[in-house]
Design a protein around this ligand. Structure first.
Ligand code: PLP
Length: 437
């Protein structure tokens, strides 16, 4: 039974390629395959295993909840769910004090949009191009990147906004930049769409899988202010950036911005069980006292998943992992900048805390991407080779288009960072071979 048998359909992948290695265990920042090889997890799986693998605290909490009360329908209440909501209210910004619990980031975004539409009585939602918000019909329509194409035409009412992507600014990045400063571009869209028709603006405060794009200071505040002016709900999708990943509990904290809704998942249980949360403001929860919350799931607020989340939050707090991620940010950045000196394929490096992106190019002067922003293309080969080379060396890297996402568990230590960077150094030679400049 050491080999995967190929009956399991892999997400977002062409099937029929080599079955993946079978993983038999994990410990801390490492996991192991059936052949006894060990891999350093430099991406926290899909940027969710923030606490590393095999935490006994979470195992115990899950076992205890399974033995007490594993599953519950409506309208019952169980203590662990309230405890989770109380603990979350302590760390979510501003007056985001009430929570709907779903099972995935996708569902959280679906619920958030439905709530924003119901509350405002408006239909349109503004989302950005370089974004991923999930894979169900609504969340995939919000998604701007090419994975959206498989779901088109998608759901009506989604309007697209350009990204504050200073490295490749769609406006040519003049000073001041109408796109990267936020307000001018959004105001122009509102003029064309009718601000009174727009229910919500949804953004990843720091874009995740589409390149770890950190907006300039002032961007999120400007978007917040325009939304407030027009009664539009600002939704921060913190599915990837929440729970300390960027060096603060939530990425929006970095700029002191309080959205109307935060969606989060991944780090909430640190990947131990599927759980997501939609955190809503007091104004929204007040409105819900007399209005129906328009979303539901059999496994909403699953007690066992909530127990895993409570245990995870205790670990984050006890081990001061948010502060640790913030501190490690400088260590990771310094190491990546050193790699950039040696590897001409590195076009840009950006990030925060334990969340960094490396953008690969074939020519630094023209910024020609190593592979195009386009799925299923044969031109993706350089990245496929690079990811495979890392894996061969015992380094697990998350890659997407021409980006590497360096996002180790927040428990990683400096020796492990050095070890991962040395393996990354060797791996990047694969990308350097395509450099023409
Ligand atoms: N939003 C963001 C920013 C994400 O990165 C993801 C997944 O990677 C999602 C939403 C979707 O979450 P899930 O895969 O849990 O449905």
């Amino acid at each position: 039974m050491g080999e995967a048998r190929g009956r399991v359909i892999q997400a977002w992948s062409r099937q029929g390629t080599q079955p993946p290695p079978r993983i038999v265990g994990g410990e801390g920042c490492r996991f192991f395959d059936a052949a006894g090889r060990s891999y350093l997890d430099f991406s926290s799986q899909l940027v969710n295993a923030n606490l590393g693998h095999s935490r006994t605290e979470i195992q115990e909490a899950v076992q205890k909840q399974v033995a007490t009360m594993a599953t519950l329908g409506r309208p019952w209440d169980v203590e662990i769910v309230d405890e989770l909501a109380d603990r979350l209210a302590e760390i979510t910004p501003g007056d985001l004090n009430s929570f709907f619990f779903a099972c995935s980031g996708t569902e959280a975004n679906e619920a958030a949009i439905r709530l924003a539409r119901a509350y405002t009585g408006r239909d349109k939602v503004i989302a950005r191009y370089r974004s991923y918000h999930g894979s169900s019909a609504g969340a995939l329509t919000l998604t701007g990147e090419p994975r959206r194409w498989v779901g088109e035409p998608g759901v009506p009412g989604v309007v697209r906004m350009l990204d504050p992507y200073t490295y490749r600014c769609p406006a040519g990045h003049p000073t001041p930049c109408p796109v990267c400063s936020g307000a001018p571009h959004l105001r122009e869209l509102l003029q064309y769409e009718g601000a009174e028709n727009v229910a919500a603006v949804i953004v990843e405060p720091i874009t995740g899988i589409n390149g770890v794009i950190v907006p300039p200071d002032g961007y999120l505040r400007a978007i917040r202010d325009v939304c407030t002016e027009h009664g539009i709900m600002l939704i921060c999708d913190e599915v990837m950036t929440g729970f300390g990943r960027t060096g603060s509990w939530f990425a929006c904290d970095r700029w002191g911005v309080v959205p109307d809704i935060i969606t989060c998942a991944k780090g909430l249980t640190a990947g131990y069980l599927p759980l997501a949360a939609v955190a809503v403001s007091d104004r929204l929860s007040g409105w819900l006292q007399d209005s129906v919350f328009p979303y539901g799931l059999t496994y909403s607020a699953h007690p066992v998943a909530c127990a895993a989340a409570v245990a995870a939050l205790q670990v984050y707090q006890k081990e001061r992992l948010v502060e640790r991620a913030d501190r490690l940010g400088a260590v990771i950045e310094a190491a990546l900048r050193e790699l950039a000196e040696r590897h001409p394929s590195i076009g840009d490096i950006r990030g925060s805390g334990c969340f960094w992106g490396i953008e690969l190019v074939t020519d630094r002067a023209t910024k020609q991407p190593l592979v195009p922003f386009n799925p299923g293309s044969a031109a993706a080969e350089p990245m496929t080779k690079l990811t495979a080379a890392a894996f061969q060396k015992g380094l697990y890297l998350l890659t997407h288009w021409n980006m590497i996402v360096v996002s180790p568990p927040l428990i990683i230590d400096e020796a492990e960072i050095r070890e991962g960077m040395a393996l990354l150094d060797e791996t990047l030679c694969v990308a350097d071979e395509y450099v023409v400049g």
